[in-house]
Design a protein around this ligand. Structure first.
Ligand code: DGT
Ligand code: CA
Ligand code: CA
Ligand code: ZN
Length: 576
């Protein structure tokens, strides 16, 4: 997808101009163009060809020329010129959370820092803290940012891994001689970040399959190509991805699927059970002496070992082996149980589609409801609604509901929890809504007590039904707030407030282990995609998988209830 690349180029031009200290107005223009392109509903080529791009507000003549150049040649001369004006490594600094273009400019100009290694030294000898406008606190934040980056490098988001796996699986499906294909590893377990993508194939002629795979046109670099395994880096729209393809004979497919799905810790436990029975378990099968007693079918590995089949989502050695032994595994929530979406934005705030369009799309997904939750007024960047606009919106929703068939719109809002713990709308207005989600969008770097108190006080409000993205993390980009999640869960249980499982692959918040803590405390979960477009509604599966990884069942999740029951559940917290 060219839009993502182009949007990044404009953003990078703005970054470089900011480092060079160029005109603020121009810098903002570039940033805005970057955002517009990133949000565009269609491919930039199409938008250009149909003349729509030229009509788009915010795209001036010079931006248009750059976009045309990019579509024609794949590069932008102005971008290259800007790049040549700074040390190329300087842009690395911008990937550190807490270091923006201004910070990069300061350490470059005053301390001659051009790499992350330089910056680490300057942090260690205290010279960063001494820079005007920096200080100990900011230096410490940058230090944490570097540590965060170092921890997360190399791992990609789940949606990026899925895209890579889909590309490779589609290719393998068209390759001759393949009997079965199964994504395995952390991707099959739906871990929140993925080190590398593992794909298992059943086929007789391994070498031939590996050869075909490693010479596919999406391959950027071949790391290894042997008789049973090919390792490559592939290109996707957003990032290079490491993919391993392993080939086994059909009779070992189940055992190999079990082995390569992992996790390693889970496998260690499973192997112990086999060893106790004086059997041998490996990626080729389960063996009693030389005799294979299970191998082709994955389930049979578990059943032969006296275990119930364990869903890959649970294979983390977090008690699932014991539960499988005692036949007490939970019946996990599934996508098919979901009747609606609790977190949906529309073009009233920063979404792209109208309420009616979102409702129609949700209906196509088989949903019975969506809860429209546009931002409140303090979220200026997200074009939050004023009280008056929200009141107007509620009326519109009621009217629309009279017309719509088969789906109902819940009037909701995503209300900002302000710095002083108060909410962005008053209770009188909130009382007119069916379901209210509240969340923190500012001051996320504040102290533990502060962010925790803000969240607890919001739950005290009788109209707040759910806390959205409770830790506010952005995977690979922003660390979670330093929030006391145990206190949040306890108070949610006390105040009849649900906690969100934000399904967006950038967020997955609550995360799996927090979901488990929440349901163990009796807290209900509400899964929301945080959709800003029709396609965004399709992210529900990530939230469901995250919840299921936390042992969550249908009964724990508000999305599985009928509309009447959801309304009653929300009302139960309100004054009679
Ligand atoms: P990742 O790639 O870091 O996100 O995590 P995984 O779980 O995909 O790990 P990976 O790619 O290193 O290996 C895939 C699976 O293969 C892993 O989940 C379990 C299995 N596996 C790999 N190496 C070993 C090992 O040394 N012992 C055992 N028991 N299993 C292994
Ligand atoms: Ca892997
Ligand atoms: Ca691997
Ligand atoms: Zn939202």
């Amino acid at each position: 997808m060219k839009n993502a690349v182009l949007s990044e180029l404009f953003d990078q031009m703005a970054d470089i101009m900011e480092i060079l200290g160029e005109d603020k107005f121009r810098i903002n223009t570039y940033r805005k163009v970057g955002r517009i392109i990133g949000d565009m509903p269609a491919e930039v080529e199409t938008m250009l060809a149909t003349g729509k791009l030229a009509e788009t507000p915010g795209i001036g003549k010079s931006s248009l020329a750059k976009i045309e150049e990019f579509v024609k040649t794949g590069t932008i001369t102005a971008h290259k010129q800007l790049l040549s004006k700074i040390p190329p490594t300087l842009l690395e600094l911008l990937t550190i959370p807490g270091v923006g273009p201004k910070g990069a400019k300061a350490v470059y100009e005053r301390l001659n820092v051009t790499t992350i290694a330089d910056l680490k030294k300057a942090l260690a000898d205290g010279s960063v803290a001494q820079l005007p406008g920096f200080g100990e606190k900011k230096a410490a934040a940058i230090q944490r940012g570097i540590e965060f980056l170092e921890k997360s490098t190399g791992r990609i988001r789940l949606d990026q891994a899925m895209e890579a796996a889909e590309l490779v699986c589609a290719f393998l499906q068209n390759t001759a001689g393949i009997e079965k294909i199964q994504p395995v590893g952390s991707l099959r377990r739906r871990v929140e970040t993925i080190g590398d993508v593992d794909i298992l194939v059943a086929a007789e002629k391994g070498e031939q399959i590996v050869k075909a795979f490693t010479s596919a046109d999406f391959v950027q670099e071949v790391l290894a190509a042997g008789p049973t395994k090919g390792s490559v880096i592939i290109r996707t729209q957003t990032t290079p991805v490491h993919v391993d393809v392993r080939v086994v004979p059909g009779e070992s497919f189940g055992a190999a699927a079990q082995y390569f799905t992992g996790s390693k810790q889970h496998n260690v436990r499973i192997r112990e059970i086999a060893v106790k029975a004086k059997w041998k378990l490996n990626e080729y099968g389960l063996f009693q002496g030389d005799k294979m007693i299970a191998g082709p079918v994955e389930e049979e590995i578990y059943t032969k070992l006296g275990l119930d089949y364990i869903n890959p989502l649970l294979r983390e050695d977090r008690g699932e082996v014991e539960a499988a032994k005692s036949h007490s595994l939970p019946e996990l929530i599934e996508l098919g149980d979901i009747k609606g979406d609790f977190h949906v934005h529309t073009d009233a705030s920063d979404g792209r589609a109208s309420i009616a369009e979102m409702a129609e799309a949700a209906k196509k997904l088989g949903y019975k409801f969506i809860c429209v939750t546009d931002h409140s007024k303090s979220s200026a960047i997200a074009n939050g609604l004023s009280a008056k606009e929200l009141a107007e919106r509620i009326k519109q929703i009621h009217k629309l509901n009279d017309k719509l068939r088969g789906i109902t719109i819940l009037a909701g809002a995503e209300v900002d929890i302000l710095a002083d713990s108060s909410l962005d709308f008053d209770d009188k207005l909130l009382a007119d809504l069916d379901f209210v989600i509240a969340s923190i969008h500012s001051g996320m770097g504040s102290a533990r007590e502060k962010v925790t108190t803000r969240t607890l006080r919001a739950m005290d409000n009788p109209y707040v039904n759910c806390i959205a993205h409770p830790t506010a993390r952005l995977i690979g980009q922003r660390e979670p707030m330093d929030i006391d999640i145990t206190a949040v869960i306890k108070h949610a249980a006390e105040t009849h407030t649900a906690l969100e499982v934000n399904a967006h692959p950038y967020r997955l918040d609550l995360k799996d282990v927090h979901c488990k803590m929440a349901i163990e405390a009796g807290v209900k979960l509400a899964i929301g995609t945080d959709a800003h477009s029709v396609e965004g509604l399709g992210l529900m599966g990530f939230g469901v998988a995250t919840a299921a990884r936390g042992w969550v069942t249908k009964a724990d999740v508000l999305n599985t209830l009928s509309l009447a029951k959801i309304k009653a559940w929300a009302k139960a917290k309100r004054p009679k």
